[in-house]
Ligand binder design. Structure first.
Ligand code: ARG
Length: 463
């Protein structure tokens, strides 16, 4: 068994069940490269503070470099270590003897683990942003391809108003834009170096915190050692941003599932993103969309888990905090896998224009346009709403859509109805009339497509 970092005041080792419960190396080994990096920066600070001589530093630094390369290839060096920090210290000590033991001077696993994790979260924010950006590009392409196609818009899942399909798709673009920004903010929150906070009170060695932060690529330093080792807000922020993003993916998946059902049949997905049934030969199921919708529940659960873990903790470090990493790692993997699969899936989406056209002839989508037409003829909106309701009822009784009523039919409901009524009661003019910033009018949406495209390009360049 590898020597513990803290055996001095104990007569007995940990019980097997306690080891099973508490050892975390299987999970936190994912931080190995960050841990080595942080150790190297710390070693440099120990050199500057005169705790390491130049040759001592060189020896330790080289050893850490070799370990980094070995870990790139495999995890074989991990033994029965408590966590990745103990593992690295053991390995350095095995090669460098007492110098390995000296490496822990002025550093605690408490400031080490959180510094490692901050570096990890920064990298993950970059990874997520790339994936969101790729999805946004796919959305712009889809919107552009079908720009002009009129689609039924829903509220309460009841036919509401005609809209452009491209407008519907760009609604998600906006949601993902906010997600992208949340990950930018999370990057900034994480971009603070905690090393130097020690166990919780700082350290005695006057180590150059600024130098360490610079070497690790952090923009600033934590300003309170007690906050530094107890703070997990940046992880919470990451989980929260991820929950938002998964919520958006899940909502989109729900629509794709519904659209893809033969009952509506608005779209079909590629064979490579659907599955068959082992018993019902006709089935082509949207399993990937369902899985992403399901996985969103898992990510939201992780957010609630961490917040619950944190809410009762006194300052400063408590071992409960170790639970953060499993939640973090699973969240980032689930989110990134979901984003990647969703982006690939959406690229296979085909729109069935015939089914869309059939749907547009149901649910009196042009009723509001009749009310707006009457407003244009001087009828107050409340009255025109009432008149239109009656006309809809009449159309239902006749078994047709409101726009299929004749001029004479419509004139029964208001004397203001004139020859031009059917020009207003048409899908194209309904959409065209929404000529306002953010509206579904054809040229407004064309502008939105252009802006969205420019946004994705700026985001790719990181501006
Ligand atoms: N494995 C621990 C964690 O992830 C590292 C810090 C341990 N600190 C301690 N005082 N036991 O939180």
């Amino acid at each position: 068994m590898s020597k513990k970092l803290w055996g001095g005041r104990f007569k007995k080792g940990l019980a097997e069940s306690a080891i099973k419960l508490s050892f975390s190396v299987d999970i936190d080994k994912r931080l190995v490269q960050y841990d080595i990096k942080v150790n190297r920066a710390h070693a440099k600070a120990l050199l500057a503070a005169g705790i390491f001589s130049k040759p001592e530093f060189t020896k330790v630094d080289k050893c850490l470099d070799v370990l980094s390369k070995k870990f790139e290839k495999s995890d074989d060096l991990i033994a029965d270590d408590e966590d990745i920090h103990s593992c690295i210290e053991r390995l350095v000590t095995e090669v460098c003897g007492d110098l390995g033991k000296k490496l822990h001077t002025g550093k605690s696993r408490n400031d080490q683990v959180i510094t490692d994790t901050r570096l990890f979260v920064k990298d993950e924010c970059v990874r997520v942003k790339k994936n969101i950006n790729a999805l946004q590009k796919a959305l712009v392409q889809l919107a552009e391809k079908h720009h002009g196609l009129i689609f039924p818009g829903f509220t309460h899942f009841q036919p509401a108003l005609p809209i452009l399909f491209s407008h519907h798709i760009l609604a998600y673009f906006e949601k993902f834009k906010r997600d992208f920004r949340r990950f930018e903010t999370t990057f900034e929150t994480s971009d603070v170096c905690a090393l130097g906070a020690g166990a919780m009170a700082g350290n005695n060695y006057g180590l150059d915190r600024e130098g360490v932060a610079k070497k690790l690529g952090f923009s600033s330093l934590t300003l309170n050692s007690m906050d530094a080792v107890s703070d997990r807000d940046f992880i919470l922020e990451f989980l929260s941003a991820a929950s938002f993003c998964m919520t958006h993916l899940s909502r989109f998946c729900e629509e794709i599932i519904v659209w893809n059902s033969p009952i509506l049949g608005f779209i079909s997905l590629g064979d490579d993103f659907t599955t068959g049934s082992s018993i019902m030969p006709q089935k082509k199921n949207p399993d990937m969309a369902e899985l992403i919708r399901g996985k969103s529940g898992r990510v939201m659960g992780h957010l609630v888990s961490l917040q619950t873990i944190l809410k009762g903790l006194p300052l400063t470090y408590n071992r409960d905090l170790q639970e953060d990493k499993e939640l973090l790692f699973d969240t980032t993997d689930t989110l990134n896998d979901s984003l990647e699969c969703f982006t690939d899936m959406i690229k296979t989406l085909k729109v069935n224009k015939v089914a869309v056209a059939v749907a547009l002839r149901q649910g009196h989508l042009l009723a509001t346009d009749f009310a707006d037409y009457l407003v244009g003829k001087g009828v107050p909106f409340r009255d025109s709403h009432e008149i239109t309701g009656k006309a809809v009822m009449f159309a239902i009784e006749k078994g047709c859509q409101i726009d299929e009523l004749t001029l004479q039919d419509l004139q029964q409901f208001s004397k203001k109805v004139e020859q031009d009524v059917h020009e207003a009661l048409c899908l194209e003019s309904s959409v065209k009339a929404k000529n306002i910033i953010g509206g579904t009018n054809q040229s407004q949406v064309a502008k939105q497509i252009k802006q969205a495209k420019a946004w994705t390009l700026r985001a790719t360049k990181g501006k």
